[in-house]
Design a protein around this ligand. Sequence first.
Ligand code: ATP
Ligand code: MG
Length: 799
Amino acid sequence: QKFRDAQKFRHKTLNRTASTESLINHNDDNQNNQNHQNHHHHQNDIQTINQQHLQNGGGGGIDANKTITSVISMSSTISHSHVRRMYHQKSLGYEGLDYDICENMLHLEEENNARRKRLGNNYLEFTRWLVIFFIGALTGLTACAILFSVEILTNYKYEKLMHLLNSSNPSSMIKPYLLWLLTNGIPVFLGSWLVTYMAPVAAGSGIPVIKCYLNGVKVPEVVRVKTYFAKMIGVICSVVGGLACGKEGPMIHCGATIAAGISQAKSTTFNLNFEIGLSRFREDHEKRDFVSAGAAAGVAAAFGSPLGGVLFALEEGASFWNQQLVLRIFFCSLVSSFTLNSVVSVFNGERMGSPGLLNFGKFQDIDYSFYEIPLYAAMGVFGGITGALFNLFNMKLTILRQRWLENRKMLRVFEAILVSLLTASIGFALMNVWSECTPETTEQTHFPVTYGCPKGQHNVMAALWFNTPEATLKNLFHNKDGAWNVRSLTIFVITYFFISCVTYGLSISSGLFIPGLMLGATWGRLIGIGLSNLLPNETWIHSGKFALIGASASLGGIVRMTISLTVILIETTGNLSFGLPIMITVFTAKWIGDLFNEGIYDIHIDLSNVPFLGWQPPSDSSRIFASEVMHSPVTSLQVREKVQNIVEILSTTHYNGFPVVDENTIHQAVRTFGRYRGLILRSQLLVMLKARIFQEYSLDQPWKNLNSLFRNSYPRYPNLQQIINELTNEELQMTMDLRPVMNPSAYTISHAASLNRIFRLFRALGLRHIVVLNDYNEVIGIVTRKDLAFYCTVRFAKH
Ligand code: ATP
Ligand code: MG
């Protein structure tokens, strides 16, 4: 039942976006209608041919019949194909990555050359490690830059503000208030402007987009250099601007962009292209492995948690694992954490001791007995429920934002400024209205606001608001019992819940870990205080310990990560023996939260219509067959094809992959069927056209150095229109031999295969296309990752 509810909810959101889409694109639709009708006629014809073909060529028996009926039912449900079209339109900007290595003749030649040179492969491996080292080091340095800038700027800001507050009398509070507004508003304006206008993809924590990238989806501009700068400077601005966000999440995105930049040794933003022997890494496969290492390095630097980084890459991203990759990722994480640690220790003149941006500090008195465990599980339940609520609110808000602010950049910047001003105002109002005082000795606040309190005491509410979130978090963990008042904490946790919920999703670069931890630390501390009031003689009750458990529960309930989150928390507390309680809390929070909705990152991925493939195929997917999922008819190319035909096909379709079939086996009228030989990508065709690799020209030219040709145009391939303009009439009559370039062993599947099987293939191998064949090895359909994602999200939501 719960599962169905979740599906229903998914469907609802999709419907909603679909309906707004149709509203916006109404005119567009009218225009396309004509085309579409023609297309439809055509398609019906082909459909019948297709069915006949299936009948003739199909395996016979029950299966073949079943697949045919499902093909028919697919074409007859108009709403389904309509939704499918919608889905494709919506996710148009997201293309698949080619994680599968194309083992064409050029590749083999390259391998052979490397072997002949003996050292070739070792050299490659060596450069790979070198690149990994630099990724780690640079990620660590980035973390240092963020850390120091934030520290210096916030110290300056709160120092000034505190003096002004403490020295002004209660009747003239307007001046400090204005200063607070200004010091919040200006940095946030800068950060938001940078993100919104320079790299919109840098908004938010960046974890969802990196997740998508590692899942095999190319999100535009996600690993560009300008994204890196927007992300890094943006996060400094938003933390200095006093927003309810942290600087940890963005580190992961920063690490990923660094990895992409270094491994490719070129940048489109700066129009740079270094020829330093790294061109072998210019393919999706290599780039993505580096990016997963970079993301892990980001986690390592953010939390001082190298193991957490590796597990993060495992849990959230890289579905494609091998031992070598794990080793490299681990190395990268260690280097990153080490770099940060050494720079910070040199700067502070201490011994190495701060491996990450976020440090929970040492928990001295932390231990537990087994009878406390149910209590922690109960806190996990509470964390799951509050997390689900947080995600629900944030989802509603995101839908509203998508509807009203999607393309209004000015408004997005204004929204961010507004929220920052609101944060300051709420903090200021609470400080004034509900001010409580505690003796100064009980606390280690950096900026004690004494205003409104008798001598020797300071304002508790101000201690919560008047600092970076990280510092407040640490105080919540470590201050002695009695440092915080119940009333102040209660009011704070409620307001902070809404503020942080509104903050996540603004057009700024901001992390979610800190607000999540902060909320939990506050209510955990409250539980600790409550318990010690109830049982005053028990010595095992330290409210700091409960704050830690609460923080784990709350964050677990929001992000729903399990292994990596547990390990990150263990590493940041530096206490291994307390791992079990943390694990139990995080897991319970996840289970309880999952009863209501998904984790916040998945919600955001869903809402942006990225064709994301989850871990598991939908539950009854073994009853659905390839012939239902596939797209047919397929536009195929022959092994030797006239240039004119290729140009025509490329300019009339938008397909990214074309099956290559034997000559003269193709059904000429519809250019489909034919005996399967391989698969060629649009990008490969474009490069071939651009370089004029035509049979007539290259008869006596061996296929030398063609690989570098393909590598140099990665990842922005030549423009088709330009190529067409340059081609002469004679050249249009020439032929292209696709065999050396196509992937001769691209994965195929029989039409009788189940969706379940296809899903597992895609997920395990990181495929982009799979060609569906009938029993005679003839091409009858094609399935892309998007078709699959559509089936897994939309189609199943209907039932
Ligand atoms: P991506 O663009 O990321 O590779 P996609 O799903 O958008 O994924 P496209 O190649 O853009 O794939 O094709 C769009 C639709 O057309 C998909 O539903 C796909 O199944 C179908 N399709 C892809 N290639 C062909 C082809 N050669 N002939 C017929 N249909 C195709
Ligand atoms: Mg596409």
